[in-house]
Design a protein around this ligand. Structure first.
Ligand code: UDP
Ligand code: MG
Length: 321
């Protein structure tokens, strides 16, 4: 077999602080694999500039002049991490045999990339990078992440715990993945649905060495809610059960009230009225909220808007020169 062409796909949003170091560290990893004839000399690093407001894009295009391995896509605005990954995979697909996605901040251990390639060479189409501990995360992030995995597992979604978007995929796995044409994209839930032989590579996750996380709590909550509601209608089904249950209680109450009227008991209950009022309104609002979340999903899917718009592409222009 001829050596496979690898493309490293790196989404970057306001990463000017880390980018030069990222390039400095990644280049030798690729060069070594090319020199040892593990991968083809056409292998590349593809940055996806997700509408950064800092010098990110300038840094990428300048680096490209000195280092022909580097290329980039630039979005017309910020479309989010998940869409940046899709854009990178879509663009790299035609010229690559394997694609590795990794964050720009080098929190994931780039030294395991050759190991991922070995796994590919021995037959895996998808190689997940899995963190072997979470000691670099805050206790809060650890607990919320664990709760999220538990909920997803309970809802029957088969995710690989402690694996983020650091993974290798073969050409056919990426092609299959791109068939999932949904706007509400939750990549780490979808990749296991693609099937094909897969394996895992374990690594330690470092702290971000510069800059701040681009995933504040607000984005994390949105990400988790998207993950849950794009994979399972169990929450809505739960509403049905909750609704039936409270209807049953209501019915029993009604019978009880009738009984009180017949036996001429005085109906005293202000407390019970106000309690059930609040309780039931709460349940109803919750129910409407959950259903609204799904209708919102349908709304965005039906419009079928583009997932990203590319303003500049130095990867493809580069390849067809
Ligand atoms: N990112 C992106 N668009 C966004 C937010 C983040 O492309 O809107 C990129 C970011 O530049 C980084 C990766 O997604 O390469 C992961 O983000 P970050 O490291 O901030 O997340 P964390 O590691 O804190 O979960
Ligand atoms: Mg990070």
């Amino acid at each position: 077999m001829t050596q496979p062409t690898l493309t490293l796909i790196i989404p970057a949003y306001n990463e000017a602080e880390v980018l030069p170091e990222t390039i400095r560290e990644l280049t030798p990893i690729l060069t070594q694999m090319i020199d040892s004839q593990k991968i083809s000399p056409n292998s590349k690093i593809l940055f996806v500039n997700d509408g950064s407001k800092d010098q990110t894009w300038e840094l990428i295009t300048t680096a490209q002049v000195l280092n022909p391995m580097i290329s980039g896509l630039s979005f017309s605005r910020n479309y989010g991490h998940q869409n940046a990954l899709v854009a990178g995979l879509t663009t790299a697909l035609s010229t690559s045999d394997i694609m590795v996605t990794i964050d720009a901040d080098l929190q994931d251990d780039i030294d395991v990339i050759p190991q991922m390639v070995d796994e590919f060479l021995s037959g895996s189409d998808i190689v997940y990078g899995v963190r072997d501990n979470r000691t670099t995360d805050s206790a809060f992030k650890r607990t919320t992440a664990q709760t999220f995995y538990n909920i997803m597992h309970f809802l029957g979604v088969d995710m690989i715990p402690d694996s983020a978007d650091f993974r290798l995929m073969s050409k056919r796995a990426v092609a299959a993945f791109l068939e999932f044409d949904e706007r509400n994209l939750f990549i780490r839930g979808i990749v296991p649905l693609v099937g094909f032989p897969s394996s895992k590579v374990y690594y330690k996750r470092n702290k971000r060495f510069a800059g701040v996380s681009k995933y504040p709590l607000r984005k994390m909550v949105k990400f988790a809610l998207d993950g849950i509601t794009s994979f399972s209608i169990a929450p809505v089904r739960f509403l049905l059960i909750l609704g039936s249950f409270s209807m049953l209680i209501g019915l029993l109450m009604f019978i009880y009230v009738l009984y009180c009227v017949v036996t001429q008991h005085v109906v005293r209950g202000w407390a019970s009225t106000i309690t059930s009022l609040w309780l039931l309104s709460g349940i109803q609002l919750l129910a409407i909220g959950i259903i609204g979340e799904y209708i919102g999903k349908i709304f965005t899917e039906v419009k079928h808007r583009p997932r990203f718009i590319i303003e500049e592409d130095t990867f493809s222009s580069d390849t067809f020169e």
